[in-house]
Design a protein around this ligand. Structure first.
Ligand code: ZN
Length: 478
């Protein structure tokens, strides 16, 4: 067991305010007894593959370039680039246009350390947990098998545990199987310095049955029971030194579906429509962007709008891409979220709601936007590197996790945009135990009575988004 060895456990789609002693007793105690980050946030868009990538790159989309779950990419000129699909990711990787940042897998390899992935997530999300794992010879076990899994590890898991159970919602059999694979095969066989264990619940059940659905609560209980097994195994002296627990985003309620995805005039260019949507203009001049923003803010479906001019400044009526740390050359010319309820002051499972584009039914959970219910995540840690019974109110987000783990390992964080959360660390380093100065600011843009707001934190000159909302003309439910 090397210094700083860490297991990162993820509960996909778990809202911070949905963790309770009743529903998730193991996680609740873990957060209470360890370092608990009260103001942890996802990234924007708050979509799984963007979140995975931002975590493992230790940087936001503006730095790594996976700007949305689906977008328009040069390697797929005639179709949408879908990060859920192995083939699309492989095309981009071969063209050297998948990621502009070093990943945790590459950092571990360069330091002569090992990394493993055990995942029940989609093929695409599992790939982005360690996008060059196969080239680096690092083990991966995915319930989807090859090409995501490493063939010899996959065979070893099946030989020891039998066939992988079918997918379901709640995905209990698969998550339980993967938990067993983690403890009984991956650690004994590889003893990784860094390991990612990804449970796709409660996300899957929450999409289907709603944020507060009975089945979703059953999925939370099931995921927590598996986490309890991992804790018991760890407390018995197995596995890593430290355990970090995260969720990648929350969910809010999808109340009404768009009647069609054909909401953007074809004369503008091409569009990728979802809870976060991007428009790739045929004419990407600043003047054309201004015309498109001017049209968008008058549409009933329109939430927050993002567009930057050639200098990186906001186009009138929009917020600049840099405000959400998603300013990247592969990003859309104009982006927007679908209308959601105002999450400025009032937020909670019964309050947050949004228009959605596709694939859930009304009442199901959704994410991708800037509501606090989508952005507020679980983040907590225990082990010799972390303070005990420590509640940190210093804002942090997914890109801060890997720099923190690297710091506990005594490795460099250079090249990462994230901040090591030194306030929670124990040790000789002079930075440890000291909280940074935090400032707050509110950005806004108004046009034709459409109002949008973005609340940010600023730490050491870098921003983290707290939440964003809209008001004014066309505001939903007015
Ligand atoms: Zn997710």
């Amino acid at each position: 067991m090397s210094t700083g060895s860490t297991l990162l456990v993820t509960f996909d789609g778990l809202r911070r305010d949905r963790v309770s002693a009743e529903l998730m007793p193991n996680l609740f105690s873990f957060m209470d007894e360890g370092s608990d980050f009260l103001n942890s946030r996802s990234i924007f868009p708050s979509e799984t593959r963007v979140a995975v990538t931002s975590t493992m790159a230790g940087s936001p989309p503006g730095a790594h370039g996976v700007v949305a779950n689906q977008f328009i990419h040069a390697v797929r000129p005639d179709d949408l680039f879908r990060t859920s699909e192995w083939e699309d990711l492989e095309l981009a990787a071969q063209a050297g246009q998948l990621l502009d940042c070093q990943t945790m897998g590459e950092r571990m390899a360069a330091a002569g350390r090992t990394m493993a992935v055990v995942s029940t997530a989609t093929k695409g999300a599992s790939r982005m947990m360690n996008s060059s794992a196969h080239a680096l010879g690092q083990p991966v076990f995915s319930v989807h098998g090859m090409p995501v899994s490493t063939p010899d590890l996959h065979a070893a898991v099946l030989a020891q545990l039998g066939e992988i159970p079918p997918a379901a919602a709640p995905n209990s059999a698969r998550v339980t199987y993967a938990t067993q694979a983690l403890m009984e095969v991956i650690y004994p066989r590889h003893n990784p310095d860094f390991c990612v264990f990804w449970m796709n619940e409660p996300d899957t059940s929450s999409h289907k049955f709603g944020v507060t659905g009975v089945e979703t609560e059953a999925a939370q209980r099931m995921a927590d029971e598996n986490f309890g097994r991992i804790l018991a195994w760890w407390q018995a002296g197995n596995g890593p030194e430290n355990i970090v627990v995260m969720s990648d985003h929350g969910q809010i309620t999808g109340h009404a579906q768009l009647e069609t995805l054909d909401i953007i005039p074809a004369e503008f260019g091409r569009a990728s429509i979802g809870s976060f949507s991007g428009i790739y203009l045929d004419d990407a001049s600043d003047a054309r962007k201004a015309e498109v923003v001017d049209w968008l803010v008058r549409q009933d479906f329109c939430g927050l709008v993002f567009a930057s001019d050639t200098q990186g400044e906001a186009i009138g009526g929009a917020l600049p891409w840099s405000a959400v740390r998603n300013d990247h050359a592969r990003g859309a010319d104009v982006g927007f979220t679908l209308r959601a309820t105002n999450c400025d002051e009032q937020w909670g499972p019964e309050i947050d709601g949004c228009i959605f584009a596709t694939w859930i039914t009304p009442g199901g959970g959704m994410h991708g936007g800037l509501n606090r219910g989508e952005l507020a995540t679980v983040l907590a840690a225990q082990g010799p590197a972390y303070r005990r019974a420590f509640k940190s109110d210093v804002p942090c987000w997914l890109p801060d996790i890997i720099p923190t783990v690297l710091t506990t390992m005594g490795l460099s964080t250079i090249g990462s945009e994230g901040r090591p959360m030194v306030e929670a660390l124990v040790g000789e380093d002079a930075r440890f135990g000291t909280a940074p100065i935090v400032e707050q600011r509110l950005l806004s843009a108004t046009r034709h009575g459409h109002e949008q707001y973005l609340r940010q934190w600023v730490i050491e000159g870098k921003t983290i988004v707290d939440c964003g909302w809209t008001a004014g003309t066309g505001a939903w439910r007015k």
